[in-house]
Structure formats: C-alpha cells, structure tokens
Design a protein around this ligand. Structure first.
Ligand code: TYD
Ligand code: MG
Length: 454
C-alpha cells in the first residue's frame, strides 16, 4: 500500500502520476506539465464511488449474461454509425475529439435532432456556448428543436440531479473539459477534474442505460487533452479532423469497445451543417485534369472499405550536401526503406536527390499497400515520365524487391474499376481468377517487373 498523502504530482497533458515534481513528464515526454494537486480524503472518495458503482457484485456465468443490452440507435448519419460500429450502443460513453471549428457541436446537435425526431428523449448540456447560440444554430440548420431539451451547466453533480428527473436516452456533454465535480478539490479544467467528471458521468450512464457523447478538445498534435485519463473511462473514442481541403471532415475511431478501430467516416461542412460524403474515393481523387509526373493513385483499405487516394512524389537534385527526405501522411522509415530497395533491386540511385512524398487530402497511410505506388511515383518524378491517369497501383514491397500481396485485393480492384480505372498493377498474389469488368490487370512479382510494365 502506498502511504497516505495529501498531495500528488500529475501530468496535465497525459494524466500520468509522478512520485515527485519533475521538469519533464516521463510518460508523454512533455516539458513543464507536472503540477502538484491536492487530494481529497480517501473516505470521501469511497462514499462517492459506492454511490455509482456499476452493477452489483453477483457472480454470473459468462454464458448467462444478457446479450439484449447491446441494442443500437442510429445517429442519422450512415458514416457516423459506421465509425461507431453500427450505431450508438445503449449506455455507452463516446468521446468526440477535435480541434475548435471541426464541427463537433454541429454534428452532435444534428445527431440529437435526428434521435429526438425518432421519439427518443435527449438532453444537450452546454458548458461552452450559451443556449442562445445553440438555438440560433439549430434555427439556421432548420432542425426541429421542439423536443430537444437544453441545459447550461458545468457541475456534474447538478447535471446528474437533472438526469435523475429527465432520464434521457441520449445525453450530450459539450465539452467535458469545462465540467467539474464538486467532490474533487483540484482546479476546474485540470486533468484530475476532467477525469473525475468523466468517470462520474460514465458511471451514471452505465447504471441508467443512458448513452453519452462527450466533446473533448485536442492538443496541437491531434491527441485528446489528457488522453490517457479519458481513454480508460470511455467506451468509444473518435476524432473529427479537417482534411487539407477545409470543407471536408474525417472521423476516425481510436478506440471502440463495440466495433473495429481505424474505421473512417467522411463528412463535408456545408452552409446547412455537416453532411455525410457518400463516395469518399471521389472526394480524394479530385485531381487536376493535366496529369503530371510523380502522381500515382493507390487503393488503401481504411477500416472496412477501400479508398482511392493520390500519392505524389517529387524528386529534385539536392543543392546541399545532405539531401532531404520528407514524407507527409506516410511513415518516414517506410520511405527510406523503399528508397533502399529501389537502389539495390532496380539500380536506381537517389542518394543525391531530395525526395518528397505526400498523400493528397491529409489522409494518413497506416498500411503497406501503398508501397508500390510510392516507388512508382518516385521513379515517375525522377525520370519525369507521366503515369496515365487511369492506372492504379497497390502492393507491399519487401526488402528483396518482391511485390507482396495485400489483404482485400479483390475489393480494392472493384473500387478502382468502379471509379473508371482501366488498368491495375498489382501483386501476383492478388491476381484474381476472374477480374472485375472493364479493368485490365497486370500482376507483377518484383519491383523491376512493375517498372518494366510501364
Ligand atoms: P462547431 O460545430 O461549433 O465546431 P466545434 O464544436 O468543433 O468547435 O462549428 C465549426 C465550424 O463550422 C464553424 O467555424 C462554422 C462552421 N459551420 C458551417 O460552415 N456551417 C454550418 O451550418 C455550421 C453550423 C457551422
Ligand atoms: Mg463546440
């Protein structure tokens, strides 16, 4: 047992505990973020926890546990439902992160308006904006605001008192960072306050089968402020972020107890609020009519569906001794590895060139299927040879210069064919017995072969 103490040192960025004050947090590496906080007495904390303990301590056989609880409500957006794993699970706590202006409040207002229209009882708790501001937004978006209940409050105890009376099925907390729990003695806005407020609400949600959406702010590097603390408490964590084209928003799940992570949802911000994008490949492929060297299209697999994206490479002679290699949206190490493969197995030297590789649209590539497209893009820019706009590439590249198959090859080909691509250069291992209509397939097994096909 740790000796009882009345103060603790906590990182305000990630919430990690530290035995003493330090200049740098050992957990997240940030500087000047360790703060001393006063702890409440243990006794008091115990009373609070037992008040909202989830369920009673009866032992059950796993096979006898009710499965009926996992009923899902639609958000009204197919894209949002997809990211959540098929809709909102009853009694789940969802954290929505995003930079200011990402559209979190707009999205949630539209979501509860849709839920209210289906006859669900909903409550929107705003701690940031005034009720007038929200009413004006609802009016502008032409939402039916008759059955949307609003509350301007930042104390979780007072909110829970209202919840006991209202018993809403869906609750919005905008935002969790401004909420405070009167049980906690640390300053409002601090990590321990946010953590306590969030766990208080989460316990309420579990006991009463209320689904909660909490809005959270993200820090510069797109991680949620106090991420470690909140991730443990919530069931689902999604981030809403802008793409390079500021109209579009991408939603990604980082954690999901009820579905797969890494699932993407696409939206566009219009004058009438947030609309879902039904065909995201088209959105990322809005290329200029004039083809240029270094530009190649690949098919990524994002969550449970294929996505066509353009990859651009630029190779220029270096003016300095130490040429730069810069990857945007790609792994820097992966780029270095591909360049080494190019040198060793295709005899193409790039050691004196500056190399830039970029994924268009602000998407982050997390899989290896784009390897072949990156290599082709680099060679295309180096030799100043244009790749025809109707050719698509995918495949992983190994250190021996081999082109390796990737998962879901057929679905990727189908997506490319659907968007009018006439030719696909793909790994031998992905070559289908019957190819999709209107697309010619060139299966290759080495990098050299792939370059020769062109
Ligand atoms: P908001 O939902 O307030 O973002 P967040 O809660 O994530 O901070 O709104 C984000 C931006 O969207 C804001 O800059 C204005 C813009 N917007 C539109 O373009 N159209 C609309 O219909 C609405 C409501 C907002
Ligand atoms: Mg907001």
């Amino acid at each position: 047992m740790v000796k009882k103490q009345s103060t603790a040192y906590v990182c305000t960025e990630c919430g990690a505990d530290s035995p003493r004050w330090a200049g740098q947090c050992t957990a997240c590496g940030e500087w000047n973020v360790i703060k001393e906080i006063r702890l409440g007495s243990n006794k008091k904390n115990k009373v609070n926890l037992s008040g909202y303990a989830a369920g009673n301590s009866e032992i059950k056989l796993l096979s006898h546990v009710d499965l009926t609880q996992a009923e899902r409500i639609s958000t009204g957006y197919a894209e949002f439902d997809r990211v959540l794993g098929g809709g909102i699970v009853n009694g789940s706590v969802v954290l929505i992160g995003g930079a200011p202006g990402a559209g979190k409040s707009t999205l949630l207002l539209q979501t509860i308006a849709s839920a209210a229209a289906k006859g669900l009882s909903v409550l929107y708790v705003s701690g940031e904006e005034s009720l007038q501001q929200i009413a004006e937004r609802a009016h502008r978006l032409e939402l039916d605001s008759h059955s949307i209940k609003m509350l301007a409050e930042t104390s979780v105890q007072k909110i829970c008192d209202c919840l006991e009376i209202e018993k809403p099925a869906l609750l919005i907390i905008d935002s969790i960072q401004v909420m405070y729990s009167s049980d906690s003695e640390s300053a409002p806005g601090s990590v321990s306050q946010v953590r306590e407020a969030a766990s208080y609400l989460a316990q309420y949600a579990k006991r009463n089968n209320t689904s909660i959406f909490m809005v959270g702010h993200v820090t510069k590097d797109q991680s949620l402020a106090g991420p470690m603390t909140l991730s443990h408490i919530v069931d689902v964590q999604v981030i809403l972020s802008s793409t390079d084209d500021s109209r579009y928003r991408v939603m990604r799940s980082d954690k999901n107890r009820f579905g797969s992570v890494g699932e993407l949802g696409f939206f566009s911000m219009t004058a009438n609020g947030l609309k879902e994008v039904k065909n995201p490949s088209a959105m990322f492929l809005s290329r200029s009519d004039k083809p240029s060297s270094g530009s190649v299209v690949t098919v990524l697999w994002e969550g449970t569906r294929p996505l066509l994206v353009e990859i651009q490479a630029l190779v220029t002679e270096s003016q300095y001794g130490n040429p730069r290699r810069l990857a945007v949206g790609l792994d820097q190490n992966r780029l270095a590895m591909l360049l080494a493969v190019l040198t060793r197995h295709a005899g193409i030297m790039t050691s004196n060139d500056e190399i830039y590789a970029n994924v268009v649209g602000g998407i982050k590539v997390t899989e290896t299927a784009s390897d072949l497209a990156i290599i082709v893009g680099i060679v295309s820019s180096l030799k100043d040879k244009i790749i025809p706009v109707d050719v698509v590439f995918f495949g992983e590249i190994g250190l021996n210069g081999e082109v390796r198959p990737v998962a879901n090859g057929f679905a990727r080909l189908n997506e490319a064919a659907k968007h009018g691509f006439k030719r696909a250069i793909i790994p031998q291992g992905n070559a289908p017995k019957v190819s999709p209509k209107n697309i010619e397939i060139n299966a290759v097994s080495t990098v050299l072969e792939a370059l020769a096909v062109l």
